[in-house]
Design a protein around this ligand. Structure first.
Ligand SMILES: CC(C)(COP(=O)(O)OP(=O)(O)OC[C@H]1O[C@@H](n2cnc3c(N)ncnc32)[C@H](O)[C@@H]1OP(=O)(O)O)[C@@H](O)C(=O)NCCC(=O)NCCS
Length: 209
């Protein structure tokens, strides 16, 4: 028989989850990796390895909301859970690490689920679509190759930049609790005009090409 604690947990999860979840449709991931353009001068992408744990810890610790990271924490929470050794990315600018991204395994008994984690770019290197998209789509590429059923990510409501990035790239909101309907309504209200403007810009660009 389920304990009172478990029932309470289930009920709370039904009504309220603190973070929003979004889905990357597999076709979007496949198309995204195929459409990646060249990186701007000075930028270089490579697969991250455990030898990079210390440098990744220092990148992640520089974001105030990510908490404190050590090389050991990077290994245990990220590298030990990757869907594939290629699912860890490091972005370099003139040889110096400036960003990273990871895709970990969150599979259940029924479904193979890839989970995007800790996408990060140093502030000076943001706003460059090809750099950001390279971090996203190269890191998720193994999920496509390995036929994962589902690819997800999650974020705090306050991280509007990452939500804008993913929604403009074709991510789909996951409405998995009553509260998530309110959260996504708030996000769509705040980002709706920017998303519409971005879509119009993309259409104009596609027509011009
Ligand atoms: C998530 C992240 C990698 C996205 O990087 P990015 O898309 O390259 O860069 P930005 O965040 O600067 O946003 C890019 C563009 O969106 C715009 N934008 C961002 N947030 C916006 C908002 N709330 N409303 C309107 N426009 C917004 C920016 O002005 C910028 O436009 P521009 O290039 O025309 O100036 C980066 O913001 C980051 O590392 N953030 C900290 C870590 C983080 O939140 N990670 C996600 C964990 S879930």
């Amino acid at each position: 028989m389920p304990s009172l604690t478990n029932v309470t947990r289930l009920l709370v999860a039904f009504f309220y989850r603190p973070r929003v979840i979004y889905e990357f449709p597999i076709a979007v991931l496949d198309n995204g990796r195929k459409s990646l353009g060249p990186l701007p001068e000075g930028y270089e992408y490579r697969v991250a390895t455990e030898a990079d744990c210390a440098v990744i810890a220092s990148l992640l610790s520089s974001d105030p909301g990510f908490g404190t990271w050590t090389a050991e924490r990077v290994k245990v929470e990220l590298f030990d859970r990757l869907i594939d050794p290629r699912a860890a990315t490091i972005m370099l600018f003139k040889g110096t690490p400036v960003g990273c991204g990871f895709v970990t395994d969150a599979s259940t008994r029924r479904r193979r689920i890839a989970y995007g984690m800790y996408l990060y770019l140093m502030p000076a290197h943001r706003g460059k679509k090809s750099v950001t998209n390279c971090c996203v789509f190269r890191t998720f590429a193994p999920a496509v190759d390995l036929n994962y059923d589902l690819a997800l990510g999650e974020s705090d409501l306050s991280r509007l930049s990452v939500l804008l990035l993913h929604l403009s790239n074709g991510c789909v909101p996951v409405k998995n609790s009553l509260y998530s309907y309110i959260q996504w309504f708030q996000i769509e209200r705040r980002l709706g005009p920017t998303l519409t403007a971005l879509a119009k810009r993309q259409t104009r660009k596609a027509i011009a090409e």
